[in-house]
Design a binder for this molecule. Structure first.
Ligand code: SF4
Length: 465
């Protein structure tokens, strides 16, 4: 019977309001697969709890068609997004709809790992053996000898490898509950495709785990054929390379149950000293944005972490965002810290109120980012960095103070004093000291040594700042 599937919106308003035709080309398999999904959602009574994840590709506008929850995933990431949705919203029926470029190339690892974990969603994989939306380039599923815009003489296995057989590869995994390859090239095959799709959705309805259905689907436009020849191409050519059939059906088995996770308190997970109070909204507290920067090994990230810990323990909202190169020692390192009286909107700090620079490179890189009214504190042995007008630039002899106090590596602790003595972080001294001590919980011998550096720096600050 020719009629609109119940799971569709009344009209497809992608182009203009009131449009009844889809945006797909005549003879395209996407429209058929969409109709099967729309019918199955309604027939199984799952429409109101279905979340559909659209891919990037010709089917990027699925949300214009399906009258259910909709999320658009980035290219190749629909399986990752579906994982997030199904984990965050257990009980929903989640569908990841992906093409062969999307799933078989850029998103293969996402899709493969999700299948291997047995995530709770149905993955509908549309294989038309070509990159369609971008103009007919070779896809991972392009067949040997098949001409595309990037294989004008036909796919050559020596240069371009072999077509990826996704069902066969997923069938090596233990977790999937259901794997089947179907076709939408003629009525008989469409009926079988509908059965496989329903089964995959029933598995989701019953909360049983991962189901995968691959649809061999015509793309008349990029194959440069008419719809009838395209359907024949699927039957005569594609099925030879991608045989139809069920690879696995474990839907009659009970749903696997995860081992219970023992309830752990934050203290058990992180150790004592981390169980700070819940942050409280305080409109009177001026938000402070810090950038701590230098080389890896100077303790730049730890310095920022001590400020962040002290802020958390003081009931402030706080974020700590590190950034560093791949080197363990000597590479670039910085962290951004935001201390606030309200929820932190973004942890990124592009214009810090306070910059602490422990290396010349860091001072040169970030000094100009501090706006008027801000503060730049730099290690005194470095040349004075160029800052904007209205910025206070302060040289702090952190390295010398730390060396004279007997722990040259604790220059970062001396710099913590500069912030504390000038009350740049707005945090109580006892919270700062407690956070400093806690940062050496794993190396208790360093607690006293850093306290000594802190005191020496404090004495210097009293006399000099
Ligand atoms: S380009 Fe191919 S896959 Fe894309 S809508 Fe047209 S026929 Fe369908």
């Amino acid at each position: 019977m020719i009629r609109k599937a119940k799971g569709f919106y009344e009209t497809f308003d992608r182009k203009e309001p009131g449009t009844k035709a889809t945006h797909y080309c005549p003879g395209c398999g996407h429209g058929i697969i969409h109709k099967l999904i729309g019918e199955a959602m309604a027939e199984l009574g799952i429409q109101d709890r279905t979340v559909f994840v659209s891919p990037v590709g010709c089917a990027a506008f699925c949300f214009h068609y399906f009258d259910c929850g909709n999320v658009a995933g980035p290219h190749g990431r629909a399986s990752a997004v579906a994982t997030g949705v199904s984990r965050a919203l257990p009980g929903k029926v989640v569908i990841s709809y992906q093409g062969d470029g999307d799933l078989g190339a850029i998103g293969f690892n996402n899709a493969f790992q999700a299948a291997n974990r047995g995530e709770h969603f149905a993955c509908f994989f549309v294989n038309n053996s070509i990159y369609a939306m971008t103009g007919g380039q070779m896809a991972p599923t392009t067949m040997l000898g098949q001409r595309t815009t990037t294989t004008p003489f036909g796919r050559d296995p020596v240069k371009e490898g072999y077509p990826l057989k996704v069902c066969e590869m997923l069938n090596q995994l233990d977790a999937p509950m259901f794997i089947e390859r179907v076709s939408v090239s003629d009525t008989k095959r469409i009926m079988q495709a509908k059965k496989a799709m329903r089964k995959a959705l029933e598995i989701q309805r019953d909360g049983k785990g991962y189901a995968f259905v691959e649809f061999l689907s015509p793309c008349p436009t990029n194959w440069r054929m008419d719809p009838v020849a395209s359907a024949r191409f699927v039957n005569d050519q594609m099925e030879k390379v991608f045989p139809l059939g069920n690879f696995r059906d474990r839907s009659a088995e009970p749903a696997p149950v995860a081992n219970p996770v023992p309830r752990s308190t934050i203290e058990e997970l992180l150790g004592k000293g981390h169980e700070g109070p819940a942050a409280k909204v305080d409109p009177g507290f001026k938000e402070r944005r810090f950038k701590f920067s230098g080389f890896g090994g100077q303790g730049v990230l730890s310095l920022g972490l001590v400020v962040a810990e002290a802020a958390g323990a003081s009931g402030r909202f706080v974020s700590w965002l590190p950034s560093y190169g791949p080197e363990q020692r000597g590479g670039y390192a910085s962290c951004s810290v935001v201390v606030s009286g309200k929820e932190v909107g973004s942890p990124a700090v592009d214009s810090p109120d306070v910059l602490v620079a422990m290396s010349q490179q860091a001072a040169e890189k970030f000094a100009a980012t501090v706006p008027a009214g801000g503060v730049v504190i730099h290690e005194a042995s470095l040349p004075e960095p160029k800052a904007r007008e209205g910025v206070r630039v302060m040289a702090f002899p952190a390295a010398r103070i730390a060396a004279e106090a007997g722990t040259p590596k604790a220059a970062n602790t001396a710099l913590l004093v500069a912030l504390t003595a000038l009350d740049l972080h707005g945090l109580p001294l006892e919270k700062v000291l407690a956070a400093l001590d806690a940062s050496f919980a794993a190396k208790p011998a360093l607690v006293e040594r850093n306290r000594k550096v802190f005191q020496a720096a404090f004495d210097w600050a009293k006399n000099n700042l």
